[in-house]
Ligand binder design. Sequence first.
Ligand SMILES: NC(=O)c1ccc[n+]([C@@H]2O[C@H](COP(=O)([O-])OP(=O)(O)OC[C@H]3O[C@@H](n4cnc5c(N)ncnc54)[C@H](OP(=O)(O)O)[C@@H]3O)[C@@H](O)[C@H]2O)c1
Length: 337
Amino acid sequence: MTTTNRVWRLRKRPVGELTDDVLSLEEEAIPEPGEGECLFRLNYLSLDPTNRIWMSDMDQYMPPVELGAPMRGVVCGTVVKSRNPAIKEGDIVSGLGEWADYQIGRAGFVNPLGDTGGVPVVDAFGTFAVVGPTAYFGLVDLGEPKAGETVVVSAAAGAVGSIVGQIAKIKGCRAVGLAGSDDKCRWITEELGFDAAINYKTEDVPAALKRACPDGIDIYFDNVGGDILDACLKQMNFKGRVPTCGLISQYNATGAVPGPKNYDMILMQRLKVQGFIVLDYADRYPEAIGALAGWMAEGKLKVRQDVVDGLENALQTLKKLYTGANTGKLMIRVEDV
Ligand SMILES: NC(=O)c1ccc[n+]([C@@H]2O[C@H](COP(=O)([O-])OP(=O)(O)OC[C@H]3O[C@@H](n4cnc5c(N)ncnc54)[C@H](OP(=O)(O)O)[C@@H]3O)[C@@H](O)[C@H]2O)c1
């Protein structure tokens, strides 16, 4: 085992789009686990839109990463030393950690991945750690889909959105996705089974929504906020639901972001708009993972990992999320397991 670690540290709070100086990759000594902790080697690092939020000091759902501290991330790794009786050397663990080759697994922050039921570790991590449960609880719990209803989802070829549309189909709904390229639109309709897709970059979104949702929208699963939220609000049906999952169109904003222009539709159509963070459902993760794994085994749910090699490429790769250069779940691979 090498004695040198590589750690990405937060050096500057981002303003606007991510720049190369917000993080620096530094060489340091490998830490020693204390009582109740383990040391693990990184296999996969999940790259998530919320990484940009954690780097900033905007109001958020967790404390921001401190300047100078290792960058926080959702990780999967192999245990090399353990002083935690529940975790042994060689275990694959996953949870909340750092952008670092070697790191300490603190009790309550990482847990053994356990039996993945035949699902490759990369897919189990990519799907079950964050985005699958987010899609599941946001759509099933907050969206309350009923067969025959129309579900619209934005960032539909992304990690969460691609799963939301497929769960909508499993629940007997019409699934319509908005995505930023024709290739993405083809993927979600031809391979994932969405009923319709809208390229929001080239089409007139209100007109395309009218065509794709002839009976109006019952559930709009919002991943992006902004103009797409407005267009969907305008076409919501009576007592429609809007699970507010993410607002990626405004994460790089430098000034105040205008509120939705069609806010009045919440009153007129008696809409239920509810924000959620997947961590709110931590105690119900087994339910979501059970359902997702079952659908994957039945061939009803397809997942796609967008994998880039090398921890040194983490910051450049993260930028892909904000330009739409990823399809499916974006992650860094350090070493396959
Ligand atoms: N609430 C929670 O607990 C929770 C958990 C996980 C994720 N999220 C949120 O869910 C959303 C999706 O996350 P993800 O991990 O699945 O990422 P993702 O969808 O795989 O990647 C982000 C996608 O957003 C789209 N996008 C970027 N800028 C946009 C813009 N200005 N307008 C419209 N679309 C834009 C891009 O696709 P296009 O090519 O289609 O533009 C990009 O591929 C994010 O808002 C994230 O913060 C929330």
